[in-house]
Each structure stands twice: as C-alpha cells, then as structure tokens.
Design a protein. Sequence first.
Length: 215
Amino acid sequence: MNILHVCANPKPVEQSVSKQLAARFFGKLMELNPDVELNNIDLYQDKPPYYSNDLYRRMWNPVFDPAYEPTKAEEAAMNYAQKQIDELKKADVLVLTMPMWNFTVPGVMKAWMDQVLAPGFIFELTEAGPKPLHNITTLVLLVASGGIYKENDARDALTRQVNAAFGFIGISDIRIAWADGQNPLFFSDSAVRREMAFEAAEELAEELAEEAAEG
C-alpha cells in the first residue's frame, strides 16, 4: 500500500488535534502493516503557490487546443504542480490531515488542491465525463474542529469541498475521523470527543490494513 499524506496544520503535534489524529492513525496502520510506503507532505514546509493565469493556461489551453504550445512562463508555473502530481500518482491511498477553519479547508489545502487537480495529468475530460489518470481508491480525511457539525450540516463546507473535488476525479471512497467540539469554552466534553475520534482513526487504519492484507 502506497500512501500520500498531505497535512495542512502549522501547529506542533502537541497543540494540534488533527495531527494527533494522524499520529494515532498511522501508528496503528504501521503496527498492523509495516510494509506501508508512506510519503508525507507538510504544506507549511512545502507551500503551494496560488493558482495563476499562467498555470491555468498551462493546464487548460492544451485541453481546448491539443496543438497549443505553452510558453516558458506557463511551463515554469507548472513546476510545483508537476512535483505534487508525480507524488499523487504514486499513491493508491490519499490521507488529508487538517483543521476546519472558518467552516472549510485551510487556504493552503485549497491551494494544493488547485495545483494537483489538473486536466491531462490527474484526469482527462471525455464525452462520458472525467476519466481518472491516477490509482487512488480511498481518501482518508482526518479533521479537527472547534464546533460540532451534524451530517450534512449546512455550515460544513469542508467535507463538501473534499467530496466534490475528489469525487470529480473518481474518488468516491472517502472515510472520515473527525474530532469535533474541540473548543473547551463551548464544549465541556472536548476531551471525550477527542478520544472517540482517536479510536475512530485507529478503526480506519485497521480497515485499511485488513483490506490490504486481503489484496
């Protein structure tokens, strides 16, 4: 099993519940399947640039015109995206670790998604719809939030963003371990909720290890 882990949290582990979730998830997974190939990307160490017009032209103009020849500036704008796409295409499982900020994904995660969700690289457009050009079968989402959000909560733009973006490129198996209610000013049971999320993360790891063993 080859896993790409993309983390979007600037805090150290001891201050970050989402990173603690990831530690529990990967600790259990590596315990059960030590042969896992794990590639970690910290978006605060390797920051993505914002989507630019040059990057847009490099990604989309060849889709509209197969004879299009990108400029040097457009090719240069693709450097970060190409590096990240290469890592993504090696993986069969994608793990995203992040907090919920202002009801959605951190800006640095959105910027990374803009870089890698590239036509002609990760998917191609056909008459039947988008065709995946990757091997990812499962996406694991490890999230922490100060508030509590019920399923299909209108305030939750995070899971809608992830489901829509990655569903578009053919990833429908999205599994979530969510430590919600982590603001102790509003929720006296934040520690209990955190432990429940840790257990859920370990259960997800056990599922993946079992599936990998079954081939």
